[in-house]
Each structure stands twice: as structure tokens, then as C-alpha cells.
Design a binder for this molecule. Structure first.
Ligand SMILES: NC(=O)c1ccc[n+]([C@@H]2O[C@H](COP(=O)([O-])OP(=O)(O)OC[C@H]3O[C@@H](n4cnc5c(N)ncnc54)[C@H](O)[C@@H]3O)[C@@H](O)[C@H]2O)c1
Length: 387
């Protein structure tokens, strides 16, 4: 039983993870090297906890107890009693290595060391440790207290007991846990690429504008937001950086090729909501074009993007990144897709998905449309993902 949880880095993710651990009755040691950042985190958490009291989610006395469980500290040595430390600092392998080396000198031999990294491999982070069997990826989504999904990523160094303990603990916090292989983008950031990439491609080919593509995905497909609205929300700079990093990490597999449109929007400072302009204008919304609500066009856009997403989900199963169930859970709980993609494939009919991909592949002759071998095999054997 792990009593004390350490969190390193009190930024966006670290503070959320500390909140979850404290709400789940753990003593928490939240360490950041910046005093200023720590007080900002403390203020931010105070506000959030007070809001939870106002909304009636917790009582005032519970708020006080939860707050009192968190030690905010710039002294890394305070992490000594922790049974698990989750690192959530800058995405830089050199700095992460320094932190993990120091951590190993502070904590006991039994302490599990986890990283919340989105884009680095867990194996590369674990390489800094003497006892690398204790390394694990525990990938929360933003905002961590609200998003139900957590991806747990054992690396080739991780022991089974490290992986089992992490899974048991995070599940006990009420999170939906999916297990995945230490591959680029893990599940969500890998499988979701075509949602953005294919939408951009459809726009670049002049098939439809941003508003029409968003309308098709949202209104006809049931996605919470269209891809361009979502990219503007995430920030084009951030979304482009993730796309580029996944592309590089996959040794430039053309399926993940970034788009010039997004690069240019990012270069121009059209990041989205946060900069007042992205694919849409947020200061003067009258400048935005209206969607062409042609159902036939909309359906063809939706079918194309969904089939590429399904193909990517199938690839994750084919390459043993995760199970069918976990791939579907990851996309519904991590990015709120209206349905699991493999279930969606079954519903559309895998033979229909294969035909649409094959048609795109024949037309373009590009690898990004190549149907996955598992899809071909399942169609040949008349199988479904769920019986
Ligand atoms: N922001 C997201 O949406 C998101 C989602 C999932 C995972 N992640 C991952 O989580 C990690 C943290 O991301 P973030 O967005 O919270 O970053 P952030 O920039 O908001 O916070 C990073 C914090 O780490 C602190 N820090 C930096 N170096 C440190 C050191 N050597 N020792 C102690 N503290 C140090 C900084 O002072 C800062 O407070 C990254 O690995 C990122 O890839 C981010």
C-alpha cells in the first residue's frame, strides 16, 4: 500500500496530479525547483478546491483536510518517504535524466518512479536509473482531475510488479486505466493523428473549408468539436509540435506526415483561441465563413476521416500497442470520441472500411491510405472486433 505520493513539477499537469492523489487520501509531496511556480500552483489549487466546495462536491472541512495533505516544497529531499513519484516537468530528456538520477538517491529502493511524458519514450527516461525496473509511464490527460483516462506504459525495463502496482493504484483513484506499449504517441496521440491530418489534407485539396469540415465531423459524426475548432482550442503550435514529434518518432512514416497549412498557421502566430486567431477569427467572428451544409459532401468528409481513424486504431491492435478494448476506451475516455473506433468499424462494416481505404489508396497511391493487414485479414475471415 503506497501512502505518500511525490509529484515533481507543479505546472499544469503536476498540480492536477497532486490534487487527485490528495483527494484519494494520500500524503502528497509536490516539489518544484521554482518557488514562484509553487506559490502559483498553491494559489491555483486553493481556487479550485474552493470552487468544489461552492459546487457542493466537497465540504469545507474536507477541503481543509485535502489541502493539508499536500506539502509544497522546493527541497527535493522531502520526497524521501514516497512510494511513488510522478515526474511532470519540462519535456526535455536531459533535464528529466538529471531529475531521475537525483530522485534515485533520495527515495527508497521500493519507490516506483513514473513519468507523465507525452512524447519521450519511457525506455529512454529509465536509462538514467540504476534500478530501471522501477520506471513506468503514467500518462494523465489535461485537466488531470477531470479527464478519466490514464495510459500506463511499461517500458522494456519495467518489472511486472512496477506495472501491476501502478495499474492497481491509479485504478483505485477511479481512473479508467489502459495499458499500452512504449511506442510514440502511446494510444491516444497516435490513433488521433488522422483526425487532424486528414482534415487538413481535405482542406488543402480544396474539397471543403474549415467550417464545412468541422460541421461534418460534429453534426454528422457526433464528435464534440470539429478538428479545426479543436486544433484552435489546443493551440496550433502545440498540435503541430505533437504531430511533428510523432512523425519523427515513427521514422518519418508518411501516415503521420505533418501539414504545411498547420505549419504556416503556427509560424504566422495563428495559434487559435489563445492568440485571437487560428483557423477561425475569435476577435471578429463575422470574418468566419459559414459551413456548406451539403449532406453528401459532409458524409464523404466524415467517412474519409473516420476510416483513416479506424485504420489507425486497427494498426495499434495489429502492432500489439494495446488491446481492442483499451484502444476503444482510450479514444472515448481520453478524447471523448462518440464511439470506440473499432466498434465503429464493426458498425460501418469492416468490408466497407476496407473498400473506402482501398479506393483512396488506389486514387492517391500514397502510403497514408494503405489498409492495415489486420483489416484485410478480418474482412477475408468475415470477423468483427466485437462479436
Ligand atoms: N500540458 C498537457 O496538456 C500535458 C498532458 C499530458 C502530459 N503532459 C506532460 O507532462 C509534463 C509536464 O507538462 P506541463 O504542461 O505540466 O508543463 P508545465 O510547463 O506547465 O510545468 C512544468 C513544471 O516543471 C517545473 N520544473 C522544470 N524543471 C524542473 C526541475 N528540474 N525540477 C523541478 N521542477 C522543474 C517547472 O518549474 C514547471 O512548474 C511534460 O512531460 C508533458 O509532456 C502535458
Amino acid at each position: 500500500m503506497i501512502e505518500t505520493i511525490g509529484v515533481v513539477g507543479s505546472g499544469t499537469m503536476g498540480i492536477g496530479i497532486a490534487q487527485i492523489a490528495a483527494q484519494n487520501k494520500h500524503q502528497v509531496v509536490l516539489h518544484d525547483h521554482s518557488e514562484k511556480q509553487l506559490s502559483k500552483a498553491k494559489e491555483g489549487l486553493d481556487k479550485i478546491m474552493k470552487r468544489l466546495v461552492e459546487k457542493g462536491r466537497i465540504t469545507e472541512s474536507e477541503r481543509k483536510v485535502i489541502n493539508s495533505r499536500i506539502l509544497f516544497t522546493t527541497n527535493m529531499g522531502d520526497l524521501w518517504p514516497c512510494g511513488l513519484v510522478i515526474e511532470a516537468i519540462v519535456e526535455d530528456i536531459t533535464i528529466k535524466h538529471e531529475v531521475f538520477k537525483k530522485l534515485e538517491d533520495i527515495v527508497s529502493d521500493h519507490c516506483i518512479l513514473a513519468s507523465n511524458t507525452s512524447s519521450l519514450s519511457i525506455a529512454s527516461i529509465g536509462a538514467a536509473l540504476n534500478k530501471s525496473e522501477r520506471i513506468i509511464g503514467i500518462h494523465f490527460f489535461n485537466p488531470a482531475p477531470l479527464m478519466p483516462l490514464v495510459e500506463i506504459i511499461p517500458s522494456i525495463q519495467s518489472s511486472k510488479s512496477t506495472s501491476d502496482s501502478a495499474k492497481e493504484l491509479i485504478t483505485s483513484w477511479g481512473k479508467t486505466v489502459v495499458m499500452c506499449k512504449d511506442t510514440p504517441g502511446f494510444i491516444v496521440n497516435r490513433v488521433a493523428r488522422p483526425f487532424y491530418g486528414e482534415a487538413l489534407r481535405i482542406y488543402e485539396e480544396g474539397i471543403a473549408d474549415f467550417a464545412t469540415i468541422d460541421w461534418a465531423l460534429k453534426e454528422l459524426g457526433g464528435f464534440r468539436m470539429g478538428p479545426f475548432t479543436l486544433m484552435d482550442y489546443i493551440g496550433n503550435d502545440i498540435n503541430f509540435a505533437v504531430t511533428e514529434s510523432v512523425f519523427k518518432a515513427f521514422f518519418y512514416d508518411p501516415r503521420f506526415k505533418p501539414s504545411f497549412t498547420q505549419k504556416r498557421y503556427s509560424e504566422a502566430g495563428f495559434y487559435g483561441r489563445k492568440s485571437g486567431r487560428g483557423y477561425y477569427h475569435y476577435e471578429n467572428e463575422e470574418l468566419n465563413s459559414k459551413a456548406n451544409k451539403d449532406k453528401v459532401l459532409g458524409q464523404s468528409i466524415l467517412d474519409r476521416i473516420v476510416c483513416l481513424l479506424i485504420n489507425e486504431a486497427i494498426d495499434a491492435v495489429f502492432m500489439d500497442v494495446a488491446t481492442t478494448k483499451d484502444v476503444d476506451l482510450a479514444m472515448t475516455k481520453g478524447v471523448n470520441y462518440p464511439k470506440g473506433l473499432l466498434q465503429w468499424g464493426d458498425e460501418i462494416g469492416l468490408e466497407v472500411v476496407l473498400k473506402r481505404l482501398q479506393d483512396l489508396f488506389d486514387y492517391y497511391g500514397e502510403d497514408r491510405y494503405r489498409p492495415n493487414p489486420l483489416l484485410r485479414r478480418m474482412v477475408a475471415e468475415k470477423k468483427k472486433f466485437y462479436s
